[in-house]
Ligand binder design. Structure first.
Ligand code: ARG
Length: 585
């Protein structure tokens, strides 16, 4: 058995008058591997033992003998730190990899809880610009991370499919539009119309009045206006979905802003009943000044609802539908005030779950061309960014590995991976300066660097050939079929490790689950991104000094198992970032 927590419980329990299970429930994972693999916080004992936790820790440390699995126990302040024997640690990883494979490292912290993630949410009839890239890749990664933590995750794409821009588009299309052009390339064409509208409206302000009028007609359910809106929406959505598919992203719900139109009145009523919505010159306003926030418009003079009214309604609907334990909004930091107001109003409306709504903000993304703005027309299209990245990846791969069979597969994985990782590796709150050379640098802190380490391991495993299938179950029997006790067998293999590079690699690997947990708790995929860079780096150092295929038989087997484990962590970790790990590149 390689259950370290259980072992600690069994050893420590009798000394502190606890059951093994109780001890286990208190065990923590120290932030730094230097402090061992597990820690027991002795302050939970101080009342019962009537002693200071430091004192308890130091006396317990002396009483615990090393064992088969535990190498040493050291007190550190109020904590008792447990160090697992390296061979056993390696064996523990191997047996877990064996058991869980593509789920290796995943946890069940969130069992029975539902988390909603509101992300991507592009605006229909405006192009999917790189501005939405960040929300999309961060939200996708957080969804995967929370699933790996055992939560039920509902990914929601709150499409921007309602609002005055539709009045503008309808006017523009009715004046200048051409069916054939719309059909050929809907998203770009609608965008051109949108830009043209703004240009013409500069000289001819009546256009704006006309657009407002059109939007009012739309809100009243005018058939022609609705038919056009529907058409724009469907065509744009198809286009977005094509891009999501290409990126391997899917949503559980596409309920956009328009979905809530019929429920808005109920929200407004509730706000009035609670005395929150006050009339001001015909409009309805929520006075948030007592709470240190600017007041906020809930309904315009003409009766039109606003972005925030739809968000209030959506939040209530979501709680009623899903009973979420958390609702995350992955939206740029320029909307921080909006979410402060939203959450405050929900709280004032008396919803206790308002405290479970969380804004997950992020900074801007900048290309050399400057910040994009939809109105001006100097927009950078996400698709162009992806195409460019894949093209660059293709030429690098062509140069590095001209004989590679499936170049297209690798180019896509590397090109997409570079863009996604180039975003995620940054602390999300900071602005990102996007630089092609650095995101595609095979030796930098990049996706290609990690993917390359992964592909390299796959190639070693392939070359190990018939003697090593890469399937641990088979391989264990291959090197010693006489042993019935798998974990003893694994521990024996673990004893073959003696190089510091091997030890470092084992330690880094052993931290995987903890990094997933931290990335989830802090809502920062960057934690996982950095971890994977470190793991790939540790692997490269290892491979530099420790030959695998040419090592003696005992080391070779151990090292093959070791890199098989590293491969699994790299692959699973990349998946949590939304990045593919090709086997060859
Ligand atoms: N469509 C909005 C925008 O592009 C983002 C929507 C975010 N989600 C939300 N529930 N407000 O700015």
């Amino acid at each position: 058995m390689l259950n370290f927590k259980n072992e600690i419980g069994t050893v420590l329990g009798p000394l502190v008058e606890m059951s093994a299970g109780e001890v286990e429930s208190y065990l923590e994972i120290p932030p730094d591997p230097e402090m061992g693999e597990y820690a027991f916080p002795c302050f939970v004992l101080s009342r019962r033992m009537k002693k200071a936790p430091q004192e308890i820790a130091s006396s317990l440390a002396l009483q615990i003998e090393p064992g088969l699995l535990l190498e040493k126990t050291i007190n550190s302040g109020p904590y008792l730190n447990f160090y697992v024997r390296r061979p056993a640690l390696a064996a523990g990883i191997f047996s877990q990899v064996l058991e869980k494979e593509q789920n290796y490292g995943f946890l069940s912290d969130g069992e029975g809880q539902t988390v909603l993630i509101d992300y991507s949410a592009p605006n229909i009839a405006k192009p999917f610009g790189v501005g939405h890239l960040r929300s999309t890749v961060i939200g996708n990664s957080l969804s995967r991370i929370y699933r790996a933590l055992g939560y039920r995750v509902v990914g929601i794409n709150h499409l921007g499919d309602w609002g005055t821009q539709f009045g503008k588009l309808i006017v523009a299309f009715q004046r200048w539009g051409e069916q054939s052009l719309l059909e050929r390339d809907p998203v770009h064409y609608l965008f051109q119309l949108y830009v043209r509208f703004h240009k013409e409206a500069d000289d001819n302000p009546e256009l704006d009045d006309e657009a407002r009028q059109k939007f009012r007609e739309l809100e009243k359910g005018n058939k022609d206006a609705l038919a056009l809106w529907e058409r724009f929406r469907t065509l744009s959505l198809d286009e977005f979905q094509r891009i999501y598919n290409f990126m391997g992203i899917s949503f559980d719900s596409y309920l956009g802003e328009s979905y809530y139109n019929d429920m808005l009145e109920k929200t407004i009523k509730l706000a009035q009943e609670k005395g929150l919505a006050k009339e001001s010159e015909g409009a309805l306003v929520a006075d948030l000044e007592p709470y240190g926030l600017p007041s906020c418009l809930l309904q315009k003079k003409d009766g039109a609802a606003l972005y925030i009214t739809r968000d209030l309604t959506a939040a209530i609907y979501r709680y009623e539908t899903y009973r979420f334990s958390k609702l995350f909004y992955v939206v740029g930091s320029e909307q921080t005030l909006h979410f402060k107001q939203l959450f405050k109003i929900l709280e004032l409306l008396g919803f206790p779950w308002a405290k479970d709504c969380v804004h997950v903000p992020f900074g801007l993304i900048r290309f050399k061309e400057g910040r994009m703005s939809t109105r001006e027309g100097n927009v950078i299209f996400l698709e162009d960014v992806l195409d460019r990245s894949i093209k660059l990846a293709r030429s690098i791969i062509q140069e590095k590995n001209p004989d590679l069979e499936n170049k297209e597969n690798a180019s896509q994985a590397v090109g997409l991976g570079a863009v996604i990782f180039g975003d995620l590796v940054n602390d999300r709150i900071k602005d990102v300066e996007f630089d092609w050379d650095s995101v595609l640098d095979f030796s930098g802190e990049t996706a290609p660097y990690i993917q390359y380490a992964h592909a390299r391991i796959c190639s070693i495993l392939r070359r190990a050939g018939a003697n090593f299938s890469g399937d641990l179950k088979t391989d264990l029997h291959f090197f010693n079929s006489s042993s019935a006790d798998e974990s003893a067998e694994l521990r024996k293999i673990g004893e073959a490790f003696n190089a510091p590079e091997e030890e470092q690699l084992i330690i880094t690997m052993s931290r995987f689950s903890e990094q997933i947990r931290r990335a989830g708790e802090e809502l920062k995929p960057s934690i996982l991104a950095h971890y994977l860079v470190n793991l790939a780096r540790d692997f490269n150092k290892f491979y530099h000094t420790c030959p695998v295929l040419t090592a003696d038989e005992k080391s070779k087997t151990a090292r093959l198992l070791l890199i098989q484990g590293v491969r699994t962590v790299l692959c699973n970790g990349l998946k949590l970032l939304g990045i593919a790990a090709p086997r060859e590149m």
